[in-house]
Design a protein around this ligand. Structure first.
Ligand SMILES: Nc1ncnc2c1ncn2[C@@H]1O[C@H](COP(=O)(O)OP(=O)(O)OP(=O)(O)O)[C@@H](O)[C@H]1O
Ligand SMILES: [Mg+2]
Length: 368
């Protein structure tokens, strides 16, 4: 899918803005705090039904306003889709394709895929396992609807099982049969998700390794692996052996909601032993592997959103990435930069189509 038009009303620091964008490169240029990243986040919203930066929808409404609307027009080989996202204080979020509102937001995931490279990616290294699980879950969900449905269902059953354990902890009567009902569902779904994550990581690892080697010049060993309690024991056995403890603490301690994805460099944890440069390279390789993986699974290029890459990469790596962009490897690209000249000058010299938008306090100025 290619974005052709996008408009905003009351989104973050924008009153109103409308952009007609290029199917090739688009640059959002301007000083700090002007609203460049907000534009990328608007595109991310239409793809993922939520903000990358602020998960509380209403906090993305412009201060003192009551609602925001983002609308986008996307083209594929076959057709044009109009996507609408509306958030109003105190109301349910509305997401529409054409005139029809989605019953479930998850039905929209996978229609418009994006890959965002942002300074916030360091969270993947520094935060807990949940951040890494969410990242991997999003990649798989972008091409596998069954995976996303299994995951949503697993989380529902887990919530119910936890509520039951909590009631036992607080003195409720323990009934083994009730727990068995939750366990059977949890095991069926958990086993499927575990298998899907195992299959995913096998393919993804080799895509990641190839990209990491190219970016690092090939002289560093990096490793990405999947860690799950289900690798050592069956899910059923895990639940059985932890039951007495879980009745006491009131929640489920075993399952795929405890999985993690391990990042290593030279066989040591990236978080502790990776240099800043190595960490940045690792993160970029992860995101570019995400791009490659989704492209190979869907036979269509995701939209690439590059936020502040000059902050993240050295000159040589930027120039490598820019060359690849000009070869069309990444399809439609959106890039932010605080320097208003270098990107337009670069693409002009390469004779590659680039639309530039100067951003000043939530106002847009188009340049040719
Ligand atoms: N709900 C909101 N209402 C009004 N303004 C908001 C809202 N959410 C964010 N902003 C404002 O948007 C501005 C930042 O926009 P953004 O992050 O897009 O800047 P930027 O151009 O990417 O800057 P930088 O170059 O520093 O990354 C901030 O000043 C922030 O206060
Ligand atoms: Mg920014």
């Amino acid at each position: 899918m290619i974005l052709s038009k996008i408009s905003f009303i009351n989104f973050k620091n924008y009153d109103q803005a409308e952009l007609e964008v290029s199917p090739f490169v688009n640059c959002f240029l301007g000083k700090n705090g002007m609203g460049k990243t907000n534009l990328l986040d608007g595109i991310y919203y239409l793809s993922n039904c939520k903000s990358f930066f602020n998960s509380v929808d209403t906090q993305n409404i412009k201060n003192e306003e009551d609602f925001f609307v983002i609308q986008g027009e996307f083209d594929s080989h076959e057709n044009t889709e109009n996507i609408y996202c509306g958030v109003k204080r105190g109301k349910k979020k509305i997401f529409k394709k054409g005139k029809k509102e989605y019953e479930k937001l998850s039905d929209h995931i996978g229609l418009i895929n994006t890959v965002l490279i942002s300074p916030m990616d360091t969270n993947l290294i520094y935060e807990g396992s949940e951040t890494r699980r969410k990242f991997i879950d999003l990649i798989i969900s972008q091409y596998d609807k069954v995976y996303l449905q299994n995951l949503i269902q697993y989380n529902k059953v887990l919530t119910q099982r936890n509520a039951y354990l909590k009631s036992i902890q607080q003195g409720g009567k323990f009934d083994e049969l009730s727990l068995q009902i939750w366990d059977e569902q949890l095991i069926t779904l958990g086993d499927k998700i575990h298998e899907q994550r195992t299959n995913f990581i096998q393919e993804f690892q080799s895509e990641f390794n190839t990209i990491y080697k190219t970016l690092s010049g090939g002289n560093e060993e990096s490793k990405l692996s999947y860690k799950s309690q289900l690798q050592e024991n069956s899910f059923g056995d895990l639940l059985k052996s932890s039951l007495s403890k879980e009745r006491y603490i009131g929640y489920t301690t075993k399952g795929i909601h405890k999985d993690d994805f391990v990042f290593e460099i030279e066989e040591k944890p990236l978080k502790k032993f990776g240099s800043q440069g190595q960490q940045k390279t690792f993160l970029i390789a992860l995101k570019l592997a995400q791009f490659k993986h989704i492209e190979s699974k869907t036979e269509s290029k995701p939209i690439l959103l590059l936020d502040d890459i000059y902050d993240k990469l050295d000159e040589e790596r930027i120039s490598h990435l820019m060359n690849q962009i000009c070869e069309g490897i990444y399809g439609q690209v959106f890039i932010t930069d605080t320097n208003t000249e270098r990107l337009p000058a670069y693409f002009k010299q390469k004779e590659y189509e680039c639309f530039s938008f100067e951003v000043e306090k939530g106002n847009l100025l188009t340049e040719d």
